[in-house]
Design a protein around this ligand. Structure first.
Ligand code: ADP
Ligand code: MG
Length: 322
């Protein structure tokens, strides 16, 4: 039977690559990071709990990807460059094939972003995956939530709502052909953290957030923290490739309030439109203009003809959503 320590050394220990900013990785009481001179450290944690954030029996490789992706997404939303992460794991049992798949998914995404696993903790318990990421950002360039200004454009990256559509499909709240459910399911299980876009928006965007709980709620955080309001054209919000083929009420609701997309929502002055489009092109990521920041508190939704819209939707909240 594998011990805790041989588990760590077999599945979670790698020599940190040279010049990665990691002087000492897994294996001592602490890891040692050598922060790049003059940089601020951006730090964020996200926890995934079985039965709460993912279905029991979920694919381990995809979980490895997603547990890191949701954390990298927070660095992206801050305009930070990934450096390293820690992994705190509670495992119900020692399942080597699960561990091999989980660590393969985890390291594939970590390698893509040059983000080193530098430590963690391992214990027995209900399956829980808690990651803390560390990144660098030059002082003054972090994309904070409290910097949106009246007159700013509101943008989103990629498309929204397919992750929520997949959840509806799995729960049999709607019926989707297998191929479409699989395509939407990939958006839910394997989100793409928009790191390159976050870096490209440094010094251009005023405020940013990643959309984990739904656009309405997450944009609402920017508005509240910045002391402004906004008007959003619901028909301009790009729906996911599968959601796009669904009827308009579902399309609007899931694009506006579906969680788990991990796209970026950001604001920038209209004078920066050309720069934003160039940044998006450099980052190889589509961006779409969806609305305007204004001085009246609250979020107003309109349709393509400018008519006010009332959507019966609510963003996700762990303590108030059933
Ligand atoms: P301590 O008891 O001193 O906290 P541990 O026995 O928990 O140390 O861990 C031993 C080493 O393995 C430490 O360097 C720790 O950071 C690392 N570690 C433990 N669990 C994990 C994990 N799941 N992934 C990566 N590193 C881990
Ligand atoms: Mg420990």
């Amino acid at each position: 039977m594998l011990s805790e320590f041989s588990l760590i050394s077999r599945y979670f220990t790698r020599t940190p690559s040279a010049n990665s900013g990691v002087d000492l990785g897994v294996g001592d009481d602490c890891a040692l990071l050598a922060p790049a001179p003059g940089m601020q450290l951006a730090i964020s944690s996200d926890m995934l709990v079985e039965g709460r954030h993912f279905f029991p029996g979920a694919d381990a490789r995809l979980l490895g990807h997603k547990s890191l992706a949701v954390n990298l997404s927070d660095l992206a939303a801050m305009g930070a460059k990934p450096v390293g992460f820690t992994l705190a794991l509670a495992l119900p049992a020692l399942d080597e094939s699960w561990l091999a798949d989980y660590s393969a998914g985890l390291f594939a995404l970590a390698d893509e972003h040059g983000c080193q696993l530098i430590g963690g903790d391992t214990t027995k318990g209900p399956l829980t995956l808690c990651i803390t990421v560390f990144g660098h950002v030059p002082p003054g360039l972090a994309l904070r939530r409290d910097q949106a200004r009246e007159g700013d454009d509101i943008w989103v990256s990629g498309t929204l709502g397919d992750a929520r559509l997949a959840l509806a499909g799995y729960r049999r709240e709607c019926s989707l052909p297998d191929a479409e459910l699989a395509a939407a399911g990939l958006r839910m299980h394997a989100p793409t953290p928009r790191i390159a876009l976050g870096l490209a928006l440094r010094g251009i965007a005023h405020a940013a957030i990643d959309i984990s709980d739904g656009l309405i709620g997450d944009l609402g955080h920017i508005l509240e923290r910045s002391g402004v309001g906004a008007t959003v054209n619901v028909d301009a919000v790009p729906a996911g490739a599968v959601l796009r083929t669904q009827e308009s009420t579902m399309r609007r609701n899931y694009a506006m309030a579906g969680g788990d997309d991990y796209e970026l929502c950001f604001t920038a002055p209209p004078s920066a439109r050309a720069e934003i489009n160039a940044a998006a092109q450099r980052a190889q990521c589509e961006v779409t203009l969806i609305g305007t920041v204004d001085a009246i508190p609250g979020l107003r939704l309109i349709d393509r003809s400018g008519k006010p819209l009332l959507l019966q939707v609510q963003s996700f909240d762990h303590f108030s959503t059933p």
